[in-house]
Write a protein that binds this ligand. Sequence first.
Ligand code: ADP
Ligand code: MG
Length: 603
Amino acid sequence: MSKKVKILSEQLANKIAAGEVVERPASVIKELVENSLDAGGKDIIVEIEDGGKRLIRVTDNGQGMSREDALLSMERHATSKISMDTDLFNLQTLGFRGEALPSIASVSRFTLATRERGSLEGCEMYAEGGRIRDVKSCGMAEGTVVSVRNLFFNTPARLKFMKSRETESGHIGEFMYRLALSRADVRFTYICDGKQVFRFLPGGIADRVSAVLGRNVASQLFPLNADGDGVSIKGLMGGPAVSRSTPSHIYTYINGRYIRDRVVQHAIMQGYRNVLERGRYPVLVLFLTIPVEDVDVNVHPTKHEVRFREQSRIHAAIQHGVETLLRGTPWLQKESVQLLRPSVTASTPSGQSRVEEVKESLLRYAMRQDGLPLVPSPPRERMGESPKQFVGNIACDSQPITGEQPQEGGYFTSLHVIGQFRGAYIVCEDGSDLLLIDQHAAHERVVFQELKRTMAGGRLESQNLLFPETIEFSPSESAAVRERCAELGNLAFDLENFGGNTWLLKGIPLLLSGSDYKQALRDTVEELCSMGRSKAFAEMVDDILATIACHSVVRGQRQLSSPEIRRLLERMDATDFAASCPHGRPVIARIAQRDIEKLFKRV
Ligand code: ADP
Ligand code: MG
């Protein structure tokens, strides 16, 4: 009988483990910086070259290692942090698996130089693809310096998966932010291709948040301090004024460790549910302290996921903490009241339309325009009992709108305009039918179509800002801007780097002048980030145009003058509105004379 089952060699086992721990340069940095923090480092310097592909170096002033320990640390499952299985349930350190150093070393050219505190000299060790090639004594300051060169040089498949220098640097910056927020007492320096990107001085959490997220955002955050039921929650959180379109600015930590957990995020969103519009996410930095025996961090090698012993208790505590703060914060209350107040515009698509909702309906409409399959149109409902229900139930007309043909052009300009209702609907007469046009929905769609047309011809019309404004992005957003700068230019966002992650906004789409163009740009950039590099820009354009269209339309009730109404109807004609049934949100509701007569029991 042949023997097929073999024990893997140490090198191969390490390479396999590396697949889990070392996904990209940023994950190397996470592991190395966590080691530095565990070693009591108070001054940590991270240097990278070429997005971490050529070099990653982490220097700390922690306790260092003896020569024996340094050699041992390269062995799999070698750790100073736990020794008994019960320790696993009482973890006080960030690391414990003893996998990071051998894994990283197995896929790179790896140098570890370290000098134990109180020792006369240091020791330097060099390994290639996990094999130790050289060990020698060296002079150096107390602490540890780990250099990782040519990551994945011996795993071509992984090498290919690495993204551009900008993208990898963006990820690294993001990881650095997470780490820096977790330990305000530690000095962090980040150097990218010889240039210092940031240096965060040790201080309190408020100073650190301000340094990391920018003073502008930080000034709009409120301190949260809640204790009870075995959970302590501390941190800073913002209201609707600083919301984001992705959860990228939710920083959560459990017992000092950055985590991305479904339960925690859900609890936060529940806490915010009456304050934020759907599709928006808060900015917040939250530190949870939970008895170590109540949380298991050994779920995944990257330790970003956790398991709670009593999930519902933790969920309730977080939600309660968030809600309580939001209730007690006067300016938040004002905003939330505004959002919650029932009004015609809040419950209809015209007024407080949500960016997401608008985008979705615009895009569905776009699909129709491109001749792609349609979402089936809702069936035409029967008339309800009360007039209110009746209007609410009217579906968009799935037949091409026919009517008297206009003398000088389109269908809409031929309508007899009766007036405007609640600053939101244009009321018209079409033969024996009454037509209600949702002016916001119509406007958004018109703008979207116009943008698409202009974009097809090259680029959007821009307007230079008299006083360029600075905008600060997160590292990954900044990376996306850098990569897509030319394309953003075609969308008429004229941006110039102002050092680090700060950008100078010099020009904007003409259409956005007078509206919140900074928010529109932020949403656009978040869009770019969430869709990543995998998608061709052309594929994202509709999405982005929908975002711009949505931002360009003035929200809330607005009285239109007759010429303004006429102008809108003309634009609707020019946008080929008449031929198609708009899907998603209806733009037009039609009420037949007969239905009105039924209301009055005349028929
Ligand atoms: P873990 O962190 O899970 O213990 P690692 O492979 O990351 O495993 O590190 C192995 C061991 O090497 C650690 O337990 C620690 O004793 C030592 N070590 C690693 N990095 C440093 C550092 N920067 N300073 C001091 N000791 C370190
Ligand atoms: Mg470690």
